[in-house]
Design a protein around this ligand. Structure first.
Ligand SMILES: Nc1nc2c(ncn2[C@@H]2O[C@H](COP(=O)(O)OP(=O)(O)OP(=O)(O)O)[C@@H](O)[C@H]2O)c(=O)[nH]1
Length: 345
């Protein structure tokens, strides 16, 4: 019996982990044993920690590079390890700059092809930013190509973050998607809330299956569109570890990750506004930031996220040394490190 795979792709911060959280909760509710592979560009496992903390599910992590290129050879190894745990369904969350077509190719190549079956290729789009990508990233043609590939490879496209845009923008996005992929289903939603049933149709607990999983009928309708409050707000030596995302056939040649750590002596001294200013000064060259920090005057550790130039905060129980992973296009690593160190001088 082949194990069904649902692949989640989409640019940085588009809502993949938010969707995966819902899928995991729904999988558990159905008594399924899910296997998860999560790939992160940075060396820190921010999303894996969020998933483990919220659902208790073990996550197979592939950090510090992209499994469509620089860490390509690690995917078969991780999938083989995961299969030994006899999952009913495997979710693969790609990095925001991964070419999903490369992953589909790996899944269709023996020996993986003998054991796995691609059930759905889902791509999330950030409604607030997706129409700007071609002009914003015009200096990185490879990245623009990869983002197109994310649209053309999908059989389900979820236009997420629709709470942040006007209906006109959604129509433009629909037109843009249709031009590139007229076959896929497209839904509009916020916080990745969609009807999960069609995605999981045909997936059953091992032993209860009498045939190979089949795709369900379409109709993955999103939640009713409505404006909603995002909950976002308008934050020895500090170290910066640069993680060049290498690989000869890299799909994201100019995208790199930097991990910034807070010196132990300064933990709990950062002010929220200071950190927000630090993150916002790089404009769109800082594509994504996420990490756990301890702020002055706050009891709990905070999970801070920057996506599409918006910053959000939520309480976290992360027990380790505070850090932030910054992912950017042509980021000036020296300037970032200097600016970060200045926060602690
Ligand atoms: N306003 C708004 N925020 C959202 C929505 N969906 C997700 N977010 C927020 O956007 C940020 C990024 O969401 P994630 O689900 O982590 O995105 P991702 O695609 O997994 O991000 P990476 O894996 O880092 O590429 C988080 O702070 C989410 O809470 C939405 O529909 N509307």
């Amino acid at each position: 019996m082949k194990i069904p795979v649902i692949m989640l792709s989409g640019f940085l911060g588009s809502g993949k982990t938010t969707l995966l959280l819902s899928l995991l909760k729904e999988s558990k509710r159905r008594g399924l044993n899910p296997g998860i592979i999560m790939n992160e560009l940075g060396a820190k496992d921010v999303d894996g920690y969020i998933l483990q903390e919220s659902t208790g599910t073990r996550v197979e992590k592939l950090l510090d590079g992209c499994i469509c290129c620089s860490r390509k050879e690690e995917l078969p190894r991780s999938l083989t390890a995961l299969l030994a745990r006899r999952p009913d369904i495997i979710y693969i969350e790609l990095t925001g700059v991964a070419d999903p077509d490369e992953i589909v190719r790996s899944l269709l190549t023996p020996p993986l092809a003998d054991r796995l079956q691609l059930h759905h290729a889902v791509t999330l789009l950030d409604a607030e930013n997706v129409l700007e990508y071609s002009s914003r990233f015009s200096s990185d043609k490879q990245l623009v190509r990869t983002l197109r590939q994310q649209i053309t490879t999908a059989d389900l496209i979820i236009v997420n973050k629709s709470d942040l845009v006007e209906p006109e923008t959604l129509w433009k996005i629909e037109k843009m998607v249709y031009k590139q992929n007229s076959e896929s289903e497209i839904v509009f939603t916020h916080y990745s809330q969609i009807n999960l049933a069609p995605l999981l149709t045909g997936i059953a607990v091992r032993g209860l299956k009498d045939s190979a999983p089949r795709r369900g009928p379409g109709n993955v309708s999103g939640a009713a569109l409505q404006r909603m409050n995002t909950g976002s707000s308008s934050g020895s030596s500090a170290t910066a570890v640069h993680e060049p995302v290498s690989g000869t056939d890299s799909s994201f040649s100019q995208v790199a990750a930097v991990t910034l750590t807070v010196p132990p002596a300064w933990a709990g001294s950062l002010r929220r506004e200071e950190l927000e200013q630090f993150l916002q000064q790089w404009g769109y060259s800082l594509l994504r930031a996420k990490g756990h920090v301890r702020l002055a005057g706050e009891d709990s550790v905070q999970l801070v996220q920057l996506a599409g130039n918006r910053i959000s905060w939520e309480a976290s129980s992360y027990p380790g040394q505070p850090y932030i992973v910054c992912i950017g296009l042509n980021l000036d690593e020296k300037a970032i490190s200097r600016s970060w160190a200045a926060l602690f001088s």
